[in-house]
Write a protein that binds this ligand. Sequence first.
Ligand SMILES: Nc1ncnc2c1ncn2[C@@H]1O[C@H](COP(=O)(O)OP(=O)(O)OP(=O)(O)O)[C@@H](O)[C@H]1O
Ligand SMILES: [Mg+2]
Length: 593
Amino acid sequence: MRGGRTTVEFKEVNWKSLKRLVPYLTAYKGRLFFAVLCLVAAKVASVGLPFVLKAIVDQLNTPNQDLLVIVPLALLVAYGLVRFSNVLFGQLRDTIFGRVTEGAMHRIGHSVFQHLHALDLAYHLNRRTGGVSRDIERGVTGISFLMRFMVFNIVPTFLEIGMIIVLLLLNYSPWFALIVFASVVLYVGFSVVATEWRTNFVRQMNAAESQSSTRAVDSLLNFETVKYFNNEAYEADRYDEDLEEWEQARRRNRLSMFGLNGGQALIIAIAISSSMILAAYQVREGSMTIGDFVLINALMMQIFVPLNFLGFVYREMKGSMANIDAMFALLKVKSSIQDDPNAKELRIIDGHIEFRNVAFSYQTERQILSQVNFSVESKQKLAIVGSSGSGKSTIMKLLFRFYDLDSGQILIDGQDISRVSQYSLRKAISVVPQEAVLFNGSIFDNIQYGDVNASKEEVWEAIQMAYLDDFISQLPDGANTHVGERGLKLSGGEKQRVAIARAILKKPSIMIFDEATSSLDSQAEQRILQAMERVRGAYTSVVIAHRLSTIVDADNIVVLEEGEIVEQGTHHELLMQKGHYANLWAIQDNSYR
Ligand SMILES: Nc1ncnc2c1ncn2[C@@H]1O[C@H](COP(=O)(O)OP(=O)(O)OP(=O)(O)O)[C@@H](O)[C@H]1O
Ligand SMILES: [Mg+2]
């Protein structure tokens, strides 16, 4: 396996999403059981209601007026009680089940986040932050919706319909049961077919929404660049195009919704009137009482009120499932950098690094490194120089195992880094990257990030080592100064020193500086070099540098050209060779004067 080949599977919306939620439901067996109990109790009460109503109407309607007033009164009280218990059990069910939904949302959100951080660099370089965060947000909301409506709507509705059909069959002409059954089947069938047809519009709408928010986030993140190039209007135009598309998609979505709702209303109307006509006819005939007529009416209303929601719920459920699928698709993305099944912990003895015949390419079509061989003795300083794009930062990324090699081996203290756990490998290495990026927090927090368990004293020690204390003491808020998004409120050199302090705090065995002094003036550079010198004995260091003056003292200098090592040796050896390095030195040496 190698970097850059991350697989993403996109599937049609499927009902399997429901199955994936089962483990989250069964995690709360007790609660689930009580919620279902309350659900059944609530539905029994609600189906019983029309029957009480019928008894009341029939009582009131009897010509025999000497009957005790007490009977209808008792019935009326019973009616109130049944109605109350219906609401009560419904509320109880919601309350009990709420925990289950929230628990599931919490756990799924957490595992997706964890999974995203476990993915390889290649994935993160290709993903779009705005899109991914929307996917997670919508997926988690979808889960809550799906669970709530499964328990609160779908299951109870069908339970109720079942009970009503049985009661109708037992008490009245089979025609009523038939009308209910046929209309429910027709209604559900129509809703499903129409909703299927609409799914495409919903998906288009989501895609348009995702697209516009990705673009908005990207554009806002690059606000500086936008200003450098006076492209505010261009950005706004592009966003406008996205919004236009989004608007169109929403319009199509709304029109199709109109068709669905209209059809559903028609089916309901036909079912209610035909059953009412039948009931009226039977009352005339004398085979049914007025109470029965009221009962049938009440039952029909009762069925179709939740069924009316069913259309909406089915639609939303489909939408939710599409969202949940999109989120689970994130979980299906596999990192192309995996721990070996028998991965051991990296055992650091003295931090010896060896590159053995390393070849690497990001894409097969373009070789980046080939035949790279070098080694760094324990606690020594290796410098890598070479023209821009020659593969210096790539070497750093390979050592950190952001990507796997095409061939060859990288060994640390004799252990192949692809055979040890990524965690133990990365624990041993600190990187000061070429472009330090900081979190949107205080300077102190950003440095402490190097070791979140470090004490205040340790953080200050690292601050001093990186010569940051002078700068910090000038700030009104000191180390609590906020650095802004991605650290943009600090100068390039300050940001780099924060990154150095953070790397030092990690207390690594191997330290990599990728152009760590590139944005510093000569004076600041000297201080950084002093800082590096100060801790030099503590670890093996790899220094990538353009400015050769910073690496004169290196124990070994590797000159990289187009991914191949063309020269290797100490500063003096390389000068003697009068090759690439000597040339570079001559140019820079002149330019510094
Ligand atoms: N993720 C990536 N996918 C594809 N190609 C990449 C990727 N990262 C870097 N490259 C390419 O690999 C080559 C080497 O890049 P690298 O960053 O190692 O250069 P470098 O020597 O550090 O250059 P510089 O001195 O400018 O920092 C470049 O041509 C670059 O375009
Ligand atoms: Mg680089």
